[in-house]
Design a protein around this ligand. Structure first.
Ligand code: NAD
Ligand code: UGA
Length: 464
């Protein structure tokens, strides 16, 4: 079959895989190839056990793989053969040198740019899909256009806004698709080419275009605003615990103001995931770089509140369990950074588990999708850790349960059965406020929600 467009994506991760699968699914006249330096990942994309757990993804892959969606290892050949190249490689926080712990590490990004340059024999449109500091396209262009000759590269910024766990839904019905380009003749032509692809399934009013720097910056700012809401509500949850106010009631009342909106106001153990922290720190670094100290400090406080919230959760466990956890068994329900994903990158569960182990607690971790990643995150960490998928078996014989991920299945557990199997007094710390606290208290648990009064059977603590 002759395809109208040949599209390549470099980077077959959480973004590259699902986003290209949707383009292939919605544009049967396009041939989409995804490559990666990680060959194990490519093998997994070509197998029945995909490297990413995402509801609905397997169905889309089954419909497209081998027809107009291909996962390949021959990066150089694919660069030669494709005209439109998305770059979706990882852009983690730098761990060394200037900007360590703050700035984005652009080494993978730059390697890709050089590889595109070395292997291109014709002009191409190169699209930034990774999240990058504003002005990165300038560096990309400098590298790509360093070769003399007739080949031209048009660089576009098309940041991805999907959230894990709802990636397919988000890709099929995005709130918006943002395409930044230079406002030159060739920049506008390249932009139109990408608009044509998205127009196959995204309504035109949702495809917005901008200058390239606005597009790069908008992505960082969108994540910063979302994370800021989580930190804002978490900061108020601390005040609720001191004043007998209830964070769910406060969030509901505040969120019903249509100017505020009700989403992203769930208090908990803080945000995790591979992007919020890294993108905010990246924004903080950019502000400092441009001499905007007050702006940098403002955004850095969002990360500080996130750390504070996790420390508060751990301190609450220690204090409530008579200031000693040594030898006590604690069941962690949920290790993924949010529900419906197996991803544990920057999951609050990693930090909380490490801290509990430092108190010599024995940890039993349960999660429906993330146990493999959890074991790799905690490899080499000292202490007693067990991994048990079945939550009932995991909780049996434990002194306490800590709910760290908002998996739906935890809402539906038979807590009476669980209570019977635990050591008494049994403690329940709900880091996500997802279970029926009053019911669990009535069963016999001492219940510690987030941002709500504790429900304890001990006389010295406040009951409500
Ligand atoms: P990821 O680590 O899952 O995937 C990146 C892939 O790129 C890896 O498989 C890696 O092997 C590959 N890679 C690195 N250098 C390469 C090279 N030179 N050639 C070929 N492959 C190479 O990362 P991700 O979660 O998919 O994120 C990718 C980018 O998208 C990041 O910038 C991230 O900030 C952004 N983003 C992520 C999400 C998300 O939900 N995960 C959402 C929106 C945006
Ligand atoms: C986030 C953004 O939502 C996406 O738009 C963006 O594309 C993506 O980052 C990215 O750039 O990587 P993601 O991290 O996958 O997506 O998941 P979110 O749903 O945003 O949740 C992030 C964290 O915040 C999770 O740990 C979640 O549990 C926590 N959260 C979220 C809360 O604690 N409370 C809330 O009300 C909402």
């Amino acid at each position: 079959m002759k395809f109208k467009k040949k599209i390549l994506c470099i980077g077959a991760g959480y973004v590259g895989g699902p986003s290209m699968a949707i383009i292939a699914y919605k544009c049967p006249d396009c041939k989409v190839t995804v490559v990666d330096i990680n060959h194990e990942r490519i093998d997994a994309w070509n197998s029945n056990e995909l490297p990413v757990y995402e509801p609905g993804l397997d169905k889309i892959i089954k419909k497209t793989r081998g027809k107009n969606l291909f996962f390949a290892k021959d990066i150089e050949k694919q660069i030669k053969e494709n005209d439109i190249i998305f770059v979706s490689v990882n852009t983690p926080t730098k761990t060394f040198g200037t900007g360590a712990g703050m700035a984005a590490d652009l080494q993978y990004w730059e390697k890709t740019a050089r590889q595109i340059l070395e292997n291109s024999q014709a002009s191409k449109v190169v699209i930034e899909k990774s999240t990058l500091p504003v002005k990165t396209a300038l560096a990309m262009e400098k590298i790509l256009n360093s070769a003399k000759g007739k080949i031209r590269f048009d660089v576009l910024s098309n940041p991805e806004f999907l959230a894990e766990g709802t990636a397919i839904e988000d890709l099929e019905n995005p709130d918006r698709v943002l395409i930044g380009s230079h406002e030159t003749r060739s920049g506008l032509k390249a932009r139109q080419e990408l608009v044509d692809i998205y127009s196959k399934w995204v309504p035109s009013e949702k495809i917005i275009t901008s200058n390239i720097w606005s597009a790069e910056l908008s992505k960082l700012v969108a994540n910063a605003f979302l994370a800021q809401r989580v930190s804002s509500i978490n900061s108020i949850s601390a005040l609720c615990e001191k004043t007998d106010a209830d964070i769910s009631e406060v969030a509901k009342a505040v969120g019903m103001d249509s100017r505020v909106g009700s989403k992203f106001l769930k208090a908990g153990i803080g945000f995790g995931g591979s992007c919020f922290k890294k993108d905010i720190l990246n924004l903080v670094y950019l502000c400092s770089y441009y001499g905007l100290k007050e702006v940098a400090d403002y955004w850095e406080s969002v990360v500080k509140i996130n750390e504070y919230q996790q420390d508060r959760f751990i301190a609450n466990i220690l204090r409530s369990m008579f200031n000693t956890l040594a030898g006590k068994k604690i069941c962690i329900l949920g290790f993924a950074f949010k529900a419906n994903t197996g991803d544990t990158r920057e999951s609050p569960a990693i930090y909380i588990t490490r801290k509990l182990l430092m108190e010599h607690a024995e940890i039993i971790i349960s999660d429906p999708q993330a146990l493999k990643n959890a074991a790799s995150d905690l490899a080499g960490v000292k202490g007693s850790i067990k991994y048990v998928e079945d939550p009932y078996r995991a909780a049996s014989g434990c002194h306490a349960i800590a709910i760290l991920t908002d998996w739906d299945l935890y809402r539906k557990l038979d807590f009476r059965k669980i209570y019977k199997s635990m050591v008494k007094p049994a403690f329940l710390f709900d880091g996500r406020n997802i279970i029926d606290h009053k019911k669990c208290f009535a069963i016999g648990f001492n219940v510690y929600p987030t941002g709500k009064p504790a429900l304890s059977h001990f006389k010295t603590e406040n009951n409500s």
